[in-house]
Design a protein around this ligand. Structure first.
Ligand code: FPP
Ligand code: ZN
Length: 474
C-alpha cells in the first residue's frame, strides 16, 4: 500500500489537528491496495438506493428534514439523471403531483405541503420539475404560477440588492443563487429584480478569495442605506463561493456590473485551488481553510472551476486539441492542464465517497445520504468532463432568437438565454479513472441540471429554438 505524508503539525495538538489526523488515517485505508482494490462506480447499487428512497419512502431518520422535502426530491431526481437514468411515466406523474403540492398560493414553493415559500425550496422544486415535468395540463411546467413567483421574488428584495430567503428570513448568497437560477430558467429576469445585486455579491468576497454567506449593510439614523464601509465578513466557504460565483456569472450575462463593481478572480482561483486536499486526503475538496475534506465539496468547489471559464480563465494548455481516448491510464498526462486535479477528485469519490450498500457520502465511515449522493455525483461529472462556453453555439443561438419588441430589455434577455445555453462538453476531453463504463452525464455548470433538461426548460419558457446536442449527452 502506498504511504503518503500526513499533514504536518506542530507539537501542540488541537481538536482540529487531531480530527485531521484521524481523517487522514481513515482515508488512507481507502487508497487502493491488494486488500482494498480500486472501486468502479457502483451504478446499480446507487440506482437501487435512489429508487428505494423515492418509491418506498425515505428512512425514518429523514423526518428532521420535513422542511426540505423539495430538496430530497431534487437530490434524488437529479442523481438519477446524472447516472443516466429516468423514471417511468407513472412515477414521473407522482413526482410532479408531489412537487406541485408544495407551490404556495401566494407564489414560490415551500419545503413541503402548506409550508411558507422559500427561495431554496423554490429552486429545488423548479429544478426537480426540470427533471420530470413537461408542458401540458398535468406536466407541472404550465402549473407554475410565474406571475406570483415574480411577486414573491420582489417581496423578499432588500434595498442593498440582496434578498431574504423567505419573508422575515435571513439574507445570504444561497438565496440569491436559487432566485437567479429560477428566474433565468423561467424567463423572469428583469432589470428591476436584479438592481444592486452584482454589488451585493462582490461585497461578499473575503480577503482569502472565496465568498462568505453574506455581507451586512449599515443604515443611517434616518434609515438610508450607506454604501460603505460594511462590517467585517464571515469566513469564506465553498458552498457560498459556488453560489456567489454562479450568481455573478448569470447576472453578468443579463446585465454587466456597473463601473467599479467587480470580483477578484485571481484571488478566487487561488482559493479554489487551495481547497483541494493532498494525496493522503485522496484529493477530495474541503469547504474552508483548515477543515476536513468532504464529498459534497466535489461539486461546490470542484464544480466551480468550470464557472471561471465564463470569466475568461481558461485552463493552462486549453486550445490544444485533446487526444482521443478510451480511459487508458497513460492518457492522463494532459490532465495536469486542468485547473484542479481531475483524476484525484474522481479517486476520492470512487474510493472514499461510495457507500458499499449504495448512495454516496461525506467521507468514510459515514453512511450515505441524499445530499451527499448528488454532491458526489455532480462532482464526479465535473471531474470527468470538461464543460466550456462555446462562442459558436452562443452565436448560432442568437441568430435564431425571436425578439419581443414589447420588452425594453429584450437584448439582455437574449444574452442571458444565449449564455446559459452556450455550455458544451468539450469533445475528446472527458477522462474516466476506472474506464468509460463509469461515465456520468455532464452537468450544466451553473444550474446543476443535465444540459438537455436546461435546454428543454429554457426553450419552452422563452419560446425560443434550442440547438440540438450530441445524443450521448442525455
Ligand atoms: C458548514 O457546515 C456549511 C455551511 C455553513 C453551509 C454551506 C453552504 C452550502 C453547502 C451551499 C448550499 C447551497 C444551496 C444552493 C442550498 P460544516 O461546518 O458542517 O462543514 P465544514 O466543516 O465542511 O465547513
Ligand atoms: Zn458535506
Amino acid at each position: 500500500m502506498p504511504t503518503y505524508r500526513p499533514t504536518p503539525t506542530d507539537s501542540f495538538p488541537t481538536d482540529t489537528s487531531v480530527l485531521q489526523r484521524e481523517t487522514e488515517e481513515t482515508l488512507s485505508k481507502h487508497i487502493p491496495s491488494p486488500e482494498y482494490p480500486a472501486q468502479p462506480l457502483h451504478r446499480n447499487a446507487h440506482l437501487q438506493w435512489l429508487v428505494r428512497n423515492l418509491v418506498q419512502g425515505f428512512p425514518a431518520r429523514y423526518t428532521s428534514q420535513d422542511a426540505s422535502q423539495s430538496w430530497l426530491m431534487f437530490w434524488t431526481l437529479q442523481s438519477l439523471s446524472t447516472l443516466q437514468a429516468g423514471l417511468d411515466p407513472g412515477n414521473k406523474q407522482k413526482a410532479i403531483n408531489t412537487i406541485m403540492s408544495w407551490q404556495h398560493p401566494d407564489g414560490g414553493f415551500g419545503g413541503g405541503p402548506g409550508q411558507a415559500p422559500h427561495l431554496l425550496a423554490t429552486y429545488a422544486s423548479v429544478c426537480a420539475l426540470a427533471n420530470v415535468g413537461q408542458p401540458g395540463p398535468r406536466g407541472g411546467w404550465d402549473q407554475i404560477d410565474r406571475e406570483k413567483m415574480y411577486r414573491f421574488f420582489m417581496s423578499v428584495k432588500q434595498p442593498d440588492g440582496s434578498f431574504t430567503v423567505m419573508h422575515h428570513g435571513e439574507v445570504d448568497v444561497r438565496g440569491i443563487y436559487c432566485l437567479l437560477v429560477v428566474a433565468t430558467l423561467l424567463d423572469l429576469l428583469t432589470p428591476e429584480l436584479v438592481a444592486g445585486t452584482p454589488a451585493f455579491l462582490a461585497s461578499c468576497q473575503t480577503c482569502e478569495g472565496g465568498f462568505s454567506s453574506s455581507s451586512q449593510p449599515y443604515f443611517s439614523s434616518s434609515g438610508d442605506l450607506l454604501s460603505s464601509p460594511r462590517p467585517p465578513l464571515g469566513e469564506a466557504h465553498g458552498g457560498y463561493t459556488f453560489c456567489a460565483l454562479a450568481s455573478w456569472v448569470l447576472l453578468r450575462s443579463f446585465q454587466p456590473p456597473p463601473a467599479g463593481v467587480d470580483i477578484n478572480v485571481k484571488r478566487l482561483l487561488r482559493w479554489l485551488v487551495m481547497m483541494q486536499g493532498s494525496e493522503i486526503e485522496l484529493g477530495g475538496f474541503r469547504g474552508r481553510t483548515n477543515k476536513l475534506v468532504d464529498g459534497c465539496y466535489s461539486w461546490w468547489v470542484g464544480g466551480a472551476f468550470a464557472l471561471l471559464e465564463m470569466l475568461g480563465v481558461p485552463a493552462p494548455g486549453k486550445g490544444e486539441t485533446p487526444a482521443a481516448h478510451d480511459g487508458g491510464d497513460n492518457e492522463w498526462d494532459d490532465v495536469d492542464d486542468a485547473l484542479f486535479n481531475r483524476r484525484a477528485l474522481q479517486e476520492y469519490i470512487l474510493y472514499a465517497g461510495q457507500h458499499p450498500t449504495g448512495g454516496l457520502r461525506d467521507k468514510p465511515p459515514k453512511i450515505s445520504d441524499a445530499y451527499h449522493t448528488l454532491g458526489c455525483l455532480s462532482g464526479l461529472a465535473s471531474a470527468q468532463h470538461y464543460v466550456v462556453p462555446s462562442s459558436t453555439r452562443r452565436e448560432e443561438t442568437t441568430l435564431l432568437w425571436e425578439s419581443n419588441a414589447d420588452l425594453s430589455f429584450d437584448e439582455q434577455r437574449k444574452n442571458a438565454f444565449a449564455d446559459a445555453l452556450s455550455w458544451v462538453e468539450e469533445e475528446g476531453a472527458s477522462r474516466y479513472v476506472g474506464g468509460s463504463a463509469d461515465r456520468v452525464n455532464a452537468m450544466h455548470p451553473v444550474f446543476n441540471l443535465t444540459m438537455t433538461h436546461a435546454d428543454a426548460m429554457m426553450g419552452y419558457f422563452y419560446n425560443q429554438t434550442v440547438l440540438p446536442r450530441l445524443r450521448r449527452n442525455v
